[in-house]
Design a binder for this molecule. Structure first.
Ligand code: UD1
Length: 337
């Protein structure tokens, strides 16, 4: 069976994809420097799969670490390892350019030297900039409104140009808003400090760790005035990577939106989480957050046509799995416990 290298495999999406790949029969090697993940995730992966994890500890920026990982007999790479906080990227653009852009190039140089020419790349809906036409299709123009978005647009260009020169098989997956957790509640999103993103923030309000949700603006041009996003369950997203790799194994490259196509407002998300928790979660309406776009949701048709991918989980599943996960963490399932 093929062996896949997951860079950033201990992270939120990487860890769920690890489990999905193992379940699909792939062998997997993880390369991670734990700069934004907890080494305790590895034990959870052992428990979830019943098997040792093949791990190389290191950064994609260190050729020796990448070479060590590729020497395991790798047939394809899923490249998650990157920085992803928009605000931080504004403060530290060079760090983002180094990890995200130089990291991809360094990885591809080593892949090429090792003759491994299949790569699935983690991209984002942020590459569409501030679109005005919806739903978003993959042929729409790309732009960037932050250094983070710039890195993802640039990486997509790097992959495209490289594939023109050499025989790369490239799968670009543009994630919309990944949320939720594995149904075991053993792995999930574990943001450090106060979360920027909506669902982890609501989860901390539900846990009583934060006092209330601040809704960033309710005067947008949407039915309830709060921003629309396309939330996708991380279990669905993980499966999209398996299907993307399956396609690359057949030499079928692709650039795809991975979303549900169903927009959900901030207030709808808050209401759905309340319904799962079974009590009111305090919230206030605050000002708009700079840089937010009113609407961002996918046309998921192409992923269905190219990969046969369809999101299966709805909003309630997303909220319930998140709630189970944060409660399990608080109840002593913290990493390393
Ligand atoms: C953000 C990033 C995006 C990244 C994604 C990862 C920005 C501008 N975009 O997307 O690049 O890929 O996270 O999942 O940061 N909200 C509140 N109160 C809160 C938090 C969020 O009202 O405390 C609102 C936001 O204003 C937004 C919606 O919830 O309307 C979703 O926000 P968030 O979860 O941060 O995701 P995005 O902004 O879509």
């Amino acid at each position: 069976m093929a062996r896949i290298l997951l860079t950033g495999g201990a992270g939120y999406i990487g860890s769920h994809t690890y489990v999905a790949l193992r379940a699909a029969g792939y062998e997997v090697t993880i390369l991670d420097d734990f700069s934004n993940s907890d080494p305790g995730v590895i034990d959870r992966l052992v428990r979830l799969t019943g098997d040792e994890v093949d791990l190389v500890r290191g950064s994609v920026l260190y050729p020796t670490a990448v070479q060590a990982a590729l020497s395991r007999g790798i047939d394809g790479v899923v490249h998650f390892a990157a920085r992803k906080a928009v605000g931080e990227s504004v403060a530290k653009p060079l760090d983002y350019f180094e990890t995200n852009i130089s990291g991809l190039i360094a990885l591809m140089q080593e892949m090429k030297a090792a003759g491994v020419m299949r790569i699935v790349f983690s991209s984002t809906a942020t590459v569409y900039g501030e679109p005005e036409v919806f739903p978003l299709t993959e042929d729409m123009p790309l732009s960037h409104t932050s250094p983070y978005a710039f890195t993802k647009v640039t990486c997509e260009r790097v992959l495209e140009q490289a594939a023109r020169a050499d025989d790369w098989a490239v799968g670009v997956l543009r994630y919309f808003n990944p949320v939720g957790a594995h149904p075991s509640a053993l792995i999930g999103e574990d943001p450090r400090g106060v979360p920027d993103n909506l669902m982890p923030y609501i989860a901390k309000v539900a846990m009583g760790e934060l006092s209330r949700l601040q809704v960033h603006g309710n005067d947008y041009d949407t039915p309830d005035g709060t921003c629309w996003r396309d939330y996708i369950h991380v279990m669905d997203l993980a499966r999209a990577h398996v299907q993307s790799l399956d396609a690359l194994m057949e030499g079928r490259g692709h650039v795809l939106n991975i979303g549900t196509g169903t927009p959900v407002s901030v207030l709808e998300m808050h209401g759905a989480y309340q319904a799962v928790v079974g009590r009111e979660l305090p919230h206030v309406i605050g000002p708009r957050r700079p840089g937010d776009v009113p609407r961002l949701y996918a046309d998921p048709t192409k992923a269905r046509e190219v990969l046969g991918f369809d999101a299966e989980f709805g909003l309630e599943d997303m909220c319930r799995s998140s709630w189970d996960w944060v409660q399990a963490q608080a109840a002593g399932w913290r990493f390393n416990s």
